[in-house]
Design a protein around this ligand. Structure first.
Ligand code: NDP
Length: 252
């Protein structure tokens, strides 16, 4: 068929409605971000939705998550300490493949206290959120993550979770919670290695958020930009690593 005849045939086909429907816009990978209503979680959601990812951002109080809603992303309710809430999240996600899980939600507190002043109930609460929360969420979302192409789990940890680097002490509860999160990451990486997963513990640096305070060194977007650069370049060989936001390996 000549070019002119081909163009003519296409025009006729369009006019009489026999062309294929327009292909749908390509959809990016699906990422679940916990604690996405403020701080680093919100910065992750903002940047990844701008980059074309399908973001599922969680918030304990979705009705109050105005900034997250303004991004136009999907919002799901989640309290990582509440088994029923985690189960509802998994049910809401259903058969949707999840490519990336960012276990970001976390709490701090009791930073400067010597042991005699430590509030053990508060330490228990920190462990519930920072350690058992990511375990609970990962366990519930694992079937959806297995269906995803990327098979990537990022646990947001802290330099304060490094046992090797702990020369100053303090921050009881928080340090333990992040050291245990690191161990969880390591175990998860080993278990899921045969299935092609990459699981890392990543410290975001000291960041200006409600937790990091105004004197922190990095803005949320600086931290997120650096972390996402590292995350994009991760290989399965790096699974089980403890990395900082710049991708440097941190001593356990
Ligand atoms: P923020 O305090 O700014 O935000 C914490 C987020 O976690 C909020 O969205 C909060 O929701 C959510 N969250 C708290 N408890 C729960 C819960 N039980 N269930 C679900 N979500 C919860 O902290 P950052 O953004 O600074 O911290 C994000 C992560 O980075 C944390 O894991 C933290 O430990 C880590 N990190 C931060 C550093 C920093 O300098 N900022 C340094 C090192 C690590 P809500 O609004 O409802 O309270």
């Amino acid at each position: 068929m000549s070019n002119i005849a081909f163009v003519f045939a296409v025009v006729v086909a369009c006019v009489i409605g026999q062309t294929e429907p327009a292909a749908e816009a390509p959809v990016g990978p699906t990422v679940v971000i916990t604690g996405a209503n403020r701080g680093l979680g919100l910065a992750f959601a903002r940047r990844l939705s701008a980059d074309g990812f399908r973001v599922i951002g969680t918030a304990r109080k979705p009705d109050a998550a105005d900034e997250l809603r303004s991004l136009g992303v999907r919002i799901e309710q989640l309290d990582v300490t509440d088994a029923a809430s985690v189960r509802r999240l998994a049910e809401a996600i259903g058969d949707t493949p999840v490519d990336i899980l960012i276990n970001n939600a976390g709490i701090g507190g009791g930073w400067g206290r010597p042991l005699k002043d430590v509030d053990i109930d508060q330490a228990e609460r920190i462990l519930q959120v920072n350690t058992l929360g990511p375990m609970r969420v990962t366990q519930a979302l694992l079937p959806a993550l297995r269906k995803g192409d990327r098979k990537l789990i990022v646990n947001i940890t802290s330099m304060l979770g490094s046992i090797e680097r702990n020369t100053r002490g303090g921050s009881y509860g928080y340090r333990e919670s992040k050291a245990a999160l690191n161990m969880f990451t390591r175990s998860l990486a080993a278990e899921l290695k045969p299935d092609g997963f990459t699981c890392i513990a990543m410290s975001p640096g000291w960041v200006k958020t409600d937790m990091g305070g105004p004197n922190a060194l990095l803005t949320p977007s600086q931290s997120i930009d650096a972390m996402l650069k590292v995350i994009e370049g991760l290989s399965t060989e790096q699974s089980g690593s403890f990395l900082n936001h710049a991708g440097e390996v941190i001593d356990w």
